[in-house]
Ligand binder design. Structure first.
Ligand code: GTP
Ligand code: MG
Length: 202
């Protein structure tokens, strides 16, 4: 399940622009700044293949990266970025939801949740929408290296993860698979790659 090579293929702003070769793909979605681009870099062992930033709103297009010449990782802009113009946010939201519902080669959505803070309503709502629409989903908890802090609710990552899962249970017939990760320590990297290869059937 290891990554031998990974290449940036293209940035798209409309579904019609996305690659049409039908290779299986996995999309990384989640709140702005949750660590989507960092996770992608961790998975492919490259520091700056996908661009990251301390400031939310870094990724603005749908970015396709081809792995081992045979499947795609898709980096998406984050949701919930309050400083982006409302029109841009609505547009982006509509597009991604349509993409999730219609993209035939999308094997699974990887919904990233920040494990260093308590569950946020916007993330619960997003999980609920994916569940109700039966979009195949894997939960990825990020920033598990971060120690608990009072200002973050004073809970350990494990506690936040458990609470989040119990809050979304009602939206799913079967609890979605979940993986704890850190792009700093690379925790969860092999587990995600193995899970992706099982989902692709090779
Ligand atoms: P947008 O593209 O703006 O939606 O953000 P993103 O989800 O792609 O987040 P990005 O990967 O750019 O990371 C945002 C910030 O979080 C950066 O400062 C990262 O260094 C930091 N970060 C990401 N993953 C981790 C992690 O696992 N642990 C820690 N401690 N910090 C992380
Ligand atoms: Mg990003």
């Amino acid at each position: 399940a290891q990554v031998v090579n990974a290449d940036f293929v293209k940035s798209s702003v409309r579904p019609d622009d996305c690659p049409r070769d039908g290779l299986p793909e996995f999309a990384l979605v989640g709140r702005s700044n949750v660590g989507k681009s960092s996770l992608l870099n961790s998975l492919v062992r490259r520091k700056r293949l996908a661009l990251t930033s301390k400031k939310p709103g870094k990724t603005q297009c749908i970015n396709h990266f081809k792995v081992n010449d045979s499947w795609y990782l898709v980096d998406l802009p984050g949701y919930g970025y309050a400083s982006a113009p409302q029109e841009a946010r609505t547009n982006w939201d509509e597009f991604t939801r349509n993409y999730f519902l219609s993209r035939e080669n999308l094997v699974s959505v990887f919904l990233l949740i920040d494990a260093s803070i308590p569950a946020k309503k916007i993330d619960l709502d997003y999980a609920s929408w994916l569940g109700q629409n039966k979009v195949p989903m894997t939960l990825v908890f990020t920033k598990c290296d971060k120690r608990k802090k009072k200002k973050n609710g004073g809970r350990r990552p494990e506690e936040n993860v458990e609470t989040f899962q119990s809050l979304i249970r009602e939206y799913f017939e079967a609890a979605p698979p979940w993986i704890m990760t850190s792009s700093v320590t690379n925790q969860g990297r092999d587990e995600i790659l193995l899970h992706m290869s099982q989902l692709r059937n090779y």
